[in-house]
Design a protein around this ligand. Structure first.
Ligand SMILES: Cc1cc2nc3c(=O)[nH]c(=O)nc-3n(C[C@H](O)[C@H](O)[C@H](O)COP(=O)(O)OP(=O)(O)OC[C@H]3O[C@@H](n4cnc5c(N)ncnc54)[C@H](O)[C@@H]3O)c2cc1C
Length: 385
């Protein structure tokens, strides 16, 4: 452990949010350390599907729309930069997404119609499609057994939707951070904070003490537990999600687009693998996979023409949810140099780069690209210094 060092920023939690923040800060010349209680990037950030919608999907909120817009712009730039720096292709691709609506078959998802009309008003391209257009957009899915009637409307095509591959993106971030001199302290247990009035001066860990000028809590759904060690309450709740991975028998994409159906989705990768996800489960900090969820997701795959694919594996991850569905981005109550960035729920990959850039601006007292005042911790009733 780099005990004697005094870092500019110390980041607690090395998921996509903590690693993106470390990458951006180090890229601007800061001396950064990331502490994690296990290996980096093994929790929700690894488990996610990597869908990057062009708008805010899960919440209707102007700040989230602003974050979504900036993310669309930033993530392809970051992907290219990470590739150039590390040689790792994170799989960013603009495949477009198809959102099925209620008038298609038995899909119960009329939230889709509301979300897409909101996106249209924001200038995001959404093209109404029927089964005829679907045959052109994605012939494999169009052959699925749900699509028997010709010419019926089925939903919307959103060409700007993109995706990346989570494990590769995390690997690229870790490699780029290493190149930029970020110090990683994995498998390190946080024992407490050293405070001097409204100033945090260090953290105590089972491997020694670390000092820094600023501290940011990015521990996903466990951030509330760290906040308790600092003496403030931050309700962060885990929401489990299960996913299955299928492989097409030939080395070609099983389908071409991301498909959203009744809150679930199908995400084709470029090398014949396809993700099917995901469940939403209130089961505490449990990351179990179940036969029931696997069967449910495999039925969805079959309905979309993927019954010939082989099952490869399944997994679960814990999304960090806040009390009101909005991320917590801002200063820790009563602390001059303490910050929080968590609660991204189903959009942590989507909002990762813009969260990093915005949080870094706040921490360095610079102008942020997005006004995130509405996401601050004041809304929990805490006085913030
Ligand atoms: C099944 C599933 C599908 C998803 N699909 C998408 C998607 O398509 N698009 C999208 O944008 N988002 C998606 N998400 C959501 C996204 O994955 C999360 O919002 C995001 O990964 C949260 O990142 P994080 O860095 O905050 O948390 P995490 O990735 O959970 O990282 C938190 C880190 O903190 C560490 N930590 C915990 N406690 C401590 C401690 N006491 N001390 C030090 N370190 C600690 C953990 O070990 C971990 O490394 C999905 C999530 C799931 C589960």
């Amino acid at each position: 452990m780099a005990k004697s060092e005094n870092f500019d920023e110390l980041i607690l939690g090395g998921g996509v949010i903590g690693l993106s923040l470390a990458f951006h800060l180090a890229n601007t010349g800061r001396r950064v350390c990331v502490v994690d209680r296990q290996q980096l990037g093994r929790e929700a950030s690894w488990a996610g599907a990597g869908i990057l919608p062009p708008g805010s999907w899960y919440q209707d909120h102007p700040t989230l729309e602003a974050l979504a817009k900036e993310s669309c712009h930033l993530l392809p730039i970051w992907s290219k930069q990470l590739h150039e720096m590390t040689g790792i292709d994170n799989g960013w691709r603009q495949t477009g997404g198809i959102y099925y609506t209620k008038n298609f078959d038995r899909c119960p998802d009329d939230k889709t119609v509301l979300t897409l009309s909101r996106w249209q008003q924001l200038g995001i391209l959404t093209q109404p499609i029927g089964t005829t257009e679907l045959r052109e957009l994605d012939p494999v899915v169009a052959r699925g057994r749900r699509l028997t009637e010709q010419g019926q409307p089925c939903g919307y095509f959103v060409p700007e939707e993109s995706q990346l591959r989570n494990p590769r993106h995390l690997k690229a971030l870790i490699a780029a951070c290493t190149r930029l001199g970020v110090v990683f302290e994995p498998e390190t247990t946080l024992l407490g904070f050293v405070k001097h009035g409204p100033q945090i001066t260090g953290v105590k860990t089972d491997r020694g003490q670390l000092q820094a000028g600023q501290f940011c809590l990015t521990a996903g759904c466990w951030t509330g537990q760290i906040a308790e060690q600092l003496g403030f309450s931050l309700p962060t709740k885990p929401v489990a999600g299960q996913m299955i991975l299928l492989q097409h028998p030939q080395p070609v994409p099983a389908c071409a687009r991301i498909h959203h159906y009744g809150g679930k989705y199908i995400v084709p990768r470029s090398d014949g693998y396809t993700l099917i996800g995901s469940t939403l489960e209130d089961v505490g900090f449990e990351k179990q996979t179940t036969d029931q969820a696997r069967a449910e997701l495999q039925t969805l795959a079959s309905d979309f023409g993927l019954s010939a694919c082989d099952f490869k594996e399944s997994w679960a991850g814990l999304r960090p949810a806040s009390v009101d569905g909005l991320p917590y981005l801002g200063q820790i109550p009563g602390m001059n140099n303490g910050w929080v960035a968590t609660g991204h729920f189903r959009a942590g990959l989507q909002f990762s780069a813009i969260t990093a850039v915005t949080m870094a601006a706040l921490m360095l007292d610079q102008e942020a690209p997005v006004d995130i005042a509405a996401l601050g911790l004041e809304r929990l009733g805490h006085p913030v210094s």
